[in-house]
Design a protein around this ligand. Structure first.
Ligand SMILES: Nc1ncnc2c1ncn2[C@@H]1O[C@H](COP(=O)(O)OP(=O)(O)OP(=O)(O)O)[C@@H](O)[C@H]1O
Ligand SMILES: [Mg+2]
Length: 240
């Protein structure tokens, strides 16, 4: 069978930061594809461009050159308002630094994507609380995220990214602050979301303990994808 059409595609994407002598080329003619219904992981050394690639996929950073396509739609040519609308309708993002809103309660942080999509307040509360219970944070809904541990904050960030069941879920090191069991539980939730023909999930990770949840693993080096491993179980992963 031919490969299914990719849900997400980056083609020959360049992205640099700064100017002159200090200019850093974070993405160099990067090509990347994710298929509908899959969970693809992106691995590579610190500074190789993983977060930059995710940000271009998510539309939070604009590429200098190249094409970005999601679900059959070109994103690189969209105006700011259209891009924001696309993100609100389709995207969940777990940031490497969590990016929780400190002035909102834990529950309100998770309600944000639902309210943006037009859910009623009562519906948003119900779904936020259910998602927080799933990530093991029942009882912490009313407090501020700043009162939580790093791993707990990370789970709030994950709940916020999953709660509206986005078509495209992007996770930057989603298990970095979690113990092994919590990490496995969270990855199983993330993987469940990907098991739908109109969704896809991209996860950046250094955590070899979660490789087994991937359908494919893309290895990145110095601003581009070096190779894609179709069967992650063949990867040499240290025992944990
Ligand atoms: N906003 C920025 N301004 C200047 N340089 C940046 C910016 N963001 C990223 N870079 C540079 O681009 C390169 C790629 O950074 P990026 O954050 O994508 O790496 P990464 O693979 O996610 O690394 P890590 O595993 O440490 O998170 C690095 O050299 C970084 O210093
Ligand atoms: Mg990063």
């Amino acid at each position: 069978m031919p490969d299914p059409a990719p849900a997400i595609r980056l083609r020959r994407v360049d992205k640099s930061f700064g100017a002159g002598e200090a200019r850093i080329f974070a993405l160099k003619q990067a090509d990347f594809e994710a298929r509908a219904g899959e969970l693809i992981m992106l691995v590579g050394p610190s500074g190789c461009g993983k977060t930059t690639l995710l940000s271009v996929l998510a539309g939070t950073l604009r590429a200098d050159a190249g094409e970005v396509e999601a679900f059959g739609r070109r994103l690189d040519g969209l105006g700011q308002a259209e891009l924001t609308a696309f993100r609100r309708a389709n995207l969940g993002f777990v940031f490497q630094s969590f990016n929780l809103i400190p002035t909102l309660s834990v529950r309100e942080n998770v309600m944000v994507p639902l309210l943006i999509q037009g859910a009623s307040r009562a519906e948003a509360v119900r779904r936020a609380d259910a998602m927080l219970a799933k990530v093991g944070l029942g009882g912490r809904e009313d407090g501020p995220p700043t009162a939580l541990s790093g791993g707990q904050q990370q789970r709030v960030a994950i709940a916020r990214a999953l709660v509206h069941e986005p078509r495209l879920l992007i996770c930057d090191e989603p298990t970095s602050a979690l113990d092994k069991d919590t990490g496995q539980k969270v990855m199983a939730m993330i993987r469940d979301l990907s098991r739908s023909p109109d969704r896809c999930v991209v996860v950046v990770t250094h955590d070899h303990r979660i490789f087994r949840h991937a359908d494919r693993i893309a290895e990145m080096e110095d601003g581009r994808i070096r190779r894609v491993v179709d069967d992650p179980s063949t990867l040499d992963t240290p025992a944990s």
